[in-house]
Ligand binder design. Sequence first.
Ligand code: COA
Length: 409
Amino acid sequence: MANVSGLISPSIPTLKRRNQPSFGISRSGYHSFDKITKRVFLCYSTVEQGVPKHVSVTSPSESRVPRRLSQGCKLIGCGSAVPNLKISNDDLAQIVDTDDDWIHKRTGIRNRRVLSGKDSLTSLAVDAANKALQMAEVEPDDVDLILMCTSTPEDLFGSAPQIQKALGCKNNPLAYDITAACSGFVLGLVSAACHIRGGGFQNVLVIGADSLSRYVDWTDRGTCILFGDAAGAVLVQACDGNEDGLFAFDVHSDGDGQRHLNASMKEETSDERKVMFGSNGSAVEFPPRPYSYSCIQMNGKEVFRFANKVVPESIELSLEKAGLSSSDIDWLLLHQANQRIIDGVANRLNIPDERIISNLANYGNTSAASIPLALDEAIRSGKVQPGNIIAAAGFGAGLTWASAILRWG
Ligand code: COA
């Protein structure tokens, strides 16, 4: 349960170490958390004095890096949920002209989970959120903001309020959706930090959940092999500035690239409409035809090129803002889109294989859910330990991309 100082008394074994002295052992050697904190403040204090000496002024997000950290935030709970139905590459080979070998070699994917029957994305999200609250030992009534990062809500007006209702939050906390495709979860984390640092929020639930299977053309072997459904959640809690766990971030979008990856709205063409003259004299078809979203359209090669270029650049910028280098990172956690993208980015950043988090083989690309799902698995398996530093990055439709340097716990 959160106490008055914002610290928690964790009940699960992995969190107990949070109260230990300010250093720990990581794969990259001993980490002094004090050292990290000093680095962060060094970075910020340099910014406060004017133009940073060691950061070139190139990024639009740079102005959004907090100048002063009187209020910090930290990640203290996580959870995830996936649908029961598992679809293997061999299963897909029964409906499109493909095979396990091709899919695995080009993408790293073996299986994906798909919503079916009465499964709902909202219930997956609620499941993931409940697990995150349980780990954080935070009651639903103590949550004061829910950010549902999804591009596939089950209500056009947003899924977050339904999640708030299902969690049983009695105080009507604000709950809203963030639509930013596969970058959604990282942008949700950044938004949570901004709400906490600038808005006085205490406990922010960030959920990444998507069901792209509902927008996949299951006759298109170029796209249907890639995607799956899932939900993941993280509880971000306010803390003292010197305990802050979001060191830096970098966020972007490029609407020009939308043509390479989209699921645009289209007009239904089937039913006849009368042409009418409106009261201002313009001829219109009325009533308007219903609209729906088309299936995912993707230029795989362009998206592959885009990700390999922007993701390492963005992580390098975030590291620079945090005053860290890639050797300070315990884990690289990218949006799980393609193992070749993950390996290419790790290679460019000189991050060895053993510091890469990947569960893509089991779930495919689950859009906004992929980072919290992989994080949750890595934390619950004991791979990621409290105090570990993670470079996370999301990228995808929009086009959007975002990276953040985080500390778990
Ligand atoms: N099974 C077998 N063959 C397939 C196939 C499949 N599922 N999909 C495509 N092919 C064929 C193509 O028809 C083509 O055949 P051809 O040479 O006879 O014309 C050949 O394989 C190569 O296709 P191509 O599209 O050039 O493959 P690729 O190497 O670019 O790999 C992706 C395709 C989709 C795996 C790859 O482009 C990719 O992962 N891009 C990034 C996509 C992504 O991550 N999107 C989400 C971002 S959030």
